[in-house]
Write a protein that binds this ligand. Structure first.
Ligand code: OFO
Length: 162
C-alpha cells in the first residue's frame, strides 16, 4: 500500500478510537447529570466508534500493513449540557466526514481501488452520523431550558437499540 495512504489510514484508527473516547466521556457526564437516556445513546455511539476503528485495523492487517497505534488524546470530561455535548458531536462528525473524504481522494490519487471501495462504507456511514447528531441538536434547541421537554427527549434517547 502507498506509504501516504498507510499513514493516513493509521491516523484514522486513532481518530475512530478518539471518537469512542469522546462519546464515552460525554456518556459518563450525562449519566452524572441524571440524563440516563442521553448516556445510553452515547454509550452505544462509543461502541460503534470502536467498531469503526476495528474496520480500519482489520483492513490494514488484511492488506499486510502494520498498524502503528498512536496515542489517543484525552477528551474534555465536562460538557455543561446535552446541547453543548451534541453540538460538539455534530461538529466532530463533520470533521470525520472531511477526513474520510480526504482518504477517498488519496486512495483515488494513488490508484488503490480496494481502499477506495473499503472507504465507501464510511462515506455512507458519515451521512447517517451527521444526520443523527444534527437531529439531536435540533431537538435540544427546541427543548431549550424547558426541563420537562428535556426529560421527554432523554426518555426517547433511551430507546436507541444500536
Ligand atoms: Fe462517528 O463515525 Fe466514526 O468516527
Amino acid at each position: 500500500m502507498d506509504a501516504r495512504l498507510q499513514q493516513a489510514m493509521n491516523e484514522q484508527v486513532r481518530e475512530e478510537f478518539f471518537s469512542a473516547y469522546l462519546y464515552l466521556a460525554m456518556a459518563t457526564d450525562m449519566a452524572l447529570r441524571g440524563l440516563s437516556g442521553f448516556a445510553a445513546w452515547l454509550r452505544i455511539q462509543a461502541r460503534e466508534e470502536v467498531e469503526h476503528a476495528m474496520k480500519f485495523v482489520n483492513f490494514l492487517t488484511d492488506r499486510g500493513v502494520p498498524v502503528a497505534f498512536q496515542e489517543i488524546p484525552a477528551p474534555r470530561p465536562d460538557w455543561d449540557s446535552p446541547l453543548t455535548a451534541f453540538r460538539k458531536a455534530h461538529e466532530h462528525e463533520r470533521y470525520i466526514s472531511e477526513r474520510i473524504h480526504d482518504l477517498v481522494r488519496l486512495a483515488r490519487e494513488v490508484g488503490d481501488l480496494a481502499a477506495e471501495n473499503f472507504l465507501q462504507w464510511f462515506v455512507e456511514e458519515q451521512v447517517e452520523e451527521e444526520a443523527l447528531t444534527g437531529e439531536v441538536v435540533a431537538r435540544l434547541e427546541l427543548a431549550g431550558d424547558h426541563g420537562p421537554a428535556l426529560l421527554m427527549l432523554d426518555r426517547e434517547m433511551a430507546s436507541r437499540k444500536d
